[in-house]
Structures are given as C-alpha cells and as structure tokens.
Design a protein around this ligand. Structure first.
Ligand SMILES: C=CC1=C(C)c2cc3[nH]c(cc4nc(cc5[nH]c(cc1n2)c(C)c5CCC(=O)O)C(CCC(=O)O)=C4C)c(C)c3C=C
Ligand SMILES: [Fe+2]
Length: 447
C-alpha cells in the first residue's frame, strides 16, 4: 500500500501531519484535521479532488483518481488502487479515529446490547476482537480474507470508533466507573424518541469513502460479536463523495444548506478542553481521560414542509445564505456574522430565532460541540413522505456542558424546529485511542 496511515484524531499533531497515506493524500494539506467543517472538506478534497484534477487533466482517467499502485495483503500483485482507495487512517493514537477525521462519504452507526450471559470478561474479549478487526481493516489488510466484500477496494479512509453507553456499566458490574457525563439527557419538548432506536450498551461508528468497505467492516464486526452482543439498532448515512465537486466546499445537508461552517477548529485555544475529557473524581474517571462523548440523534427533516418555503424564508430560518453559507449580515461563508446588523426595515438581518444565531457558543454560556453528521434516507413512508434527515453526531468533553444547553435553547425557540423531528437519541463514552498492542477500553475493562 502506498504511504503510511494518518490519524489526525490520534497522533500527536506533528506526527499525524507528517504521515499522509496514499498517493492522493500525499498532496493534501499538512495540517489536515479537525478544522471547521468547511475547512475539513476543503482540505480533504485538496487531498483527493484537488490532486485528482491534476491527474485527470494529465492522464484523463475516467474514474477521476490517480492510480496509487498495487497492494495486496499477502505481498503478491493486487489490483491497482486509486488514491481514494489507498487512503488509510491509523487505528492507534491518542484519540480514536472518526472524531476529528474528516467525515467520509458513507457511514454505518450500530448499537449493540450485551447478551444476558455476557459479563465483563466476555465484554473485554469482544472489545479485543473488535479492536483487532478494526486495526486490520483500517490498514487495508482485510480485503482478501474474511468476507471478500471489499476485495480490491483498499482501506478507503475507513475508520472504526467504539463507545460505551450508560447501560453497559450495570451489565458488567462497572457502575463505579460510569462517568457522570453519561447521565441521561433531559427530555426536550420537541422529542419524538423511539426507545428501540435509542441508547444501547455499545456503539460502533464506521466511516469509509467506499460503500463496500464500510459494509465489509459492519458485517465483520457484527460477526465478531458472536453470542456476546446483539444489534440493537443500526443506521446508515452518507455525505458528498470526495472529488464530486470541482471547487469543494463545506458539505450540504438534505435541506440544501451548507452545514458545518462554524465548527470548533483545532487552532482554537479551547479546542481540546471542549472536545476531550480529563480524568479526576467520580464524574470523570481516569479511563476516559483523552476520550470524548458522542451525542447521536436521528433527526428527521420534514422536507415537504421545508420545500413549501421560499428561498428567502428558508434562509431566514437558518440566518445564512443557501447558495454559499454566508451569514445574512453579509460577506462569505467564513465571515463572522454581525448579530446586531439591521436592514432598511430596521429588522435584524439575522432573525432573533435564526438557528445559526441561537446555537452559537456566545448565546449559550460558551457551550460548544464538534458536529460530524451524516445524511440519511430510508425510503418513503406510506403517505409518500421522505424518511430522510440528519444523523446528528456531536462530540464534546461533556454532553451536559455541550449539547444539553444548546438543545435546551433550540427547544425554546429555534425557527428550524418546525421543520425537524428528533426521532432517536443516544450518548456514548468514547475512550482514548488504543496504543500499540492494546484494545479500545482496555483501561476500563481491565483496570
Ligand atoms: C443541539 C445542537 C444542534 C442540533 C440538534 C442541530 C441540528 C441541526 N442543524 C442544522 C443545520 C445547521 N446548523 C448550523 C449551525 C449550528 N448548529 C448547531 C447545533 C445544532 N444543530 C451549532 C452549535 C451550530 C454552529 C453555531 C455557530 O457557532 O455559529 C448551520 C449553519 C452553518 C454551520 O455553522 O454549520 C446549519 C445550516 C440542521 C439541518 C439540523 C437538524 C436536522
Ligand atoms: Fe445546527
């Protein structure tokens, strides 16, 4: 395989930056990583589409990607890989992959419940198996054994992320190690939650730029679960494919909005403090030090109602322009919104209930989170209404200081709330990344 793996989530910055993978990534910006959503996608696509443009122009490859060279896990000649296929992310590192790694084109989110007979020892064995599988597949070494589903595809930036839900701790006799940050979220008036699609003992987030690679990981990890754990719920999501746009910008959601502009950036002074937990006391057990908490909400978009609005009405709901994500107070996508600016009619240009106004950290006592969502579309209801929306995944050091205050505020008066419905909810403790020879959660399960 060409190049060495990268994990901007996990390695010390300099080391991670110094290790792009695949020939395509070799062209990517050295500081690719946890930047604001827009910057993530732009940088990511510099590493794929950007390089592709050059290759396409030079070689006219129909597939649109440079051929990175042959790879095969047994050392024999394998099928040549494009830069997109050859890109890989390291499983090991300070952070688990899939938190600040650029969001891929495909995802599977799957929650498992432990079998009644499974104890702490069985859970530890499962995490050991899962970590070994994730390590192997993320390195691209699993394609010609196991399922064969992803044969020839390469790692395609596969990431696998593991988390523990509130119920895991009682089931394994580890209540004393349960972080306070996993305390159940409060009820919100706009909740329409389906308990069967909420919560879960264990969570696996799989992301890849190839759908077969993502499914291969899902199927292999589910087989690994054996009799120890059963799937509780599963959701599939997607984002724009890298390389699909000539001038890549922040991804769009299914309402057509540019979504992810004002995410925390790694260069922010308080980035680590906002995203990653520290150990200390019962609310913050040491095993979660360096980890993060994922709030996962399946949010249905009421697209027929949304489509009934005019473009200016839609823009008023968010407070940003649909075309380019610029704030309604002017400028471009990355211009700081002028919250006090008024129009000729004396009204605020960014409405008092605009989503992008009231979700801001400065409107919520500093509460912030890194949003790394995927879109979903699960067909149509019997009445022809699309079952589509956002798999909202927000990362923070403590959901009760990140997601909760913001959602409370949105619940009270967000112009967007008429057009969305929260249908499922879960929170997972996602420990730090595994070190060499370690499995994820080892400190919890063997500590
Ligand atoms: C509780 C947290 C949030 C939920 C739930 C949520 C749902 C949601 N958001 C959009 C679309 C956009 N959100 C945008 C900004 C934004 N949203 C949140 C939080 C939640 N969103 C935050 C913290 C922010 C950033 C605020 C800031 O600091 O400026 C935007 C604007 C562009 C951007 O910054 O990303 C859009 C568009 C949808 C469609 C949705 C539910 C389906
Ligand atoms: Fe939002």
């Amino acid at each position: 395989m060409a190049g060495s793996p990268r994990n901007p989530d996990s390695a010390p910055k300099a080391a991670a930056d110094a290790a792009p993978s695949g020939s395509g990534s070799g062209a990517s910006a050295p500081d690719e990583g946890p930047a604001r959503g827009g910057t993530i996608s732009r940088r990511r696509l510099i590493g794929t589409a950007g390089a592709t443009g050059v290759v396409l122009g030079a070689a006219g490859l129909g597939a649109g990607y440079a051929v990175a060279g042959a790879r095969d896990s047994d050392g024999s000649d394998g099928a040549p890989l494009t830069s997109l296929g050859a890109d890989s992310v390291s499983f090991e590192g300070a952070r688990q992959p899939g938190i600040i790694t650029p969001a891929q084109a495909h995802c599977h989110l799957v929650a498992f419940d432990l079998a009644a007979s499974a104890d702490r020892r069985a859970a530890a064995a499962l995490l050991r198996r899962w970590s070994a599988t994730a390590r192997r597949l993320m390195a691209g070494a699993g394609t010609d054994d196991s399922t064969g589903i992803a044969l020839d595809a390469g790692p395609s930036s596969l990431t696998v992320t593991f988390g523990f839900g509130h119920s895991f701790f009682a089931r394994t006799g580890l209540e004393g190690q349960r972080p306070g940050a996993l305390d159940p979220l409060p009820d919100f008036s706009s909740d329409h939650l389906d308990p069967k699609r909420s919560n879960g003992d264990l969570w696996v987030q799989i992301g890849a730029d190839d759908a077969l690679v993502a499914f291969d990981a899902l199927r292999t990890l589910q087989r690994d679960a054996g009799g120890t754990a059963r799937v509780r719920w599963q959701m599939n999501g997607f984002n724009r494919s890298p390389g699909a746009t000539a001038r890549p910008m922040t991804t769009r959601n299914l309402m057509g909005q540019v979504d992810g502009t004002n995410n925390p950036q790694e260069s922010d002074e308080d980035f680590r403090e906002r995203l990653f937990a520290t150990g200390g006391g019962t609310r913050r057990p040491a095993w979660m030090s360096g980890g993060s908490y994922a709030v996962v909400r399946r949010i249905r978009m009421l697209l027929d109602d949304w489509d009934g609005l005019s473009r200016p009405e839609q823009e008023r709901v968010i407070g940003r322009r649909k075309k380019d994500g610029a704030p309604l107070s002017g400028g471009s996508e990355t211009t700081e919104p002028k919250l006090d600016a008024v129009g000729k009619d004396g009204k605020l240009l960014i409405a008092p209930d605009a989503h992008a106004r009231i979700s801001r950290p400065d409107q919520n006592g500093g509460a912030a989170m890194l949003r790394r969502p995927f879109s979903f579309h699960d067909g149509y209801d019997a009445d022809g209404v699309p079952d589509a929306g956002l798999l909202f995944i927000a990362w923070q050091a403590d959901p009760h200081r990140g997601f909760v205050p913001v959602q409370r505020k949105l619940d009270r008066g967000d112009a967007l709330s008429k057009f969305i419905r929260h249908e499922s909810s879960a929170v997972f403790a996602v420990p730090r990344g595994a070190r060499k020879g370690e499995y994820v959660g080892q400190e919890l399960l063997e500590g």
